[in-house]
Design a protein. Sequence first.
Lengths: 115, 109
Amino acid sequence: KAGVTQTPRYLIKTRGQQVTLSCSPISGHRSVSWYQQTPGQGLQFLFEYFSETQRNKGNFPGRFSGRQFSNSRSEMNVSTLELGDSALYLCASSPGVSSGSGEQYFGPGTRLTVT
Amino acid sequence: AQRVTQPEKLLSVFKGAPVELKCNYSYSGSPELFWYVQYSRQRLQLLLRHISRESIKGFTADLNKGETSFHLKKPFAQEEDSAMYYCALFTGGGNKLTFGTGTQLKVEL
């Protein structure tokens, strides 16, 4: 099976702009989680979607949002970009049993740089 | 709130020496603990989970609820073990993992 894919791999944006990142999970996986990775804060959970519904959300401002489509592909959006949003954004998928699972398969990430 | 602590940012050992990567957690419920690893220029991947009690690539980890620890151990380090290791806590309610800050393991010849 093909692994988790993320597009684009690299992005450079200016403060105040918005950005959309895309994630395609492993075929058959219904859960998609998003994480932000920075040198200072490490890996932080953003949100998780299962069958097009957000099940859990981390402690991020409302500028960070996401959605999931019927084919399980997911997008996350960051509006009004700030310099501090520069990070590696990781997507992870899992089969998505109703109780959730810590066994997740990660994509290569999208490196976002805000200038 | 849940929390995962990895006290060492960098651990340097010689090839053939034993390895222990420390992980402590804070969670009031019943935890599920995982170790994830990221090799150079590769994506983050699952190494092992406490419920399976298995050995992967010679690594083992035992959940100690009394000490709230989940240390990763290997008796003899190999050069290919050099990587970034993350301890992670799963608490249910959607697929949220709480990660530690990671430990960079460097195995020297």
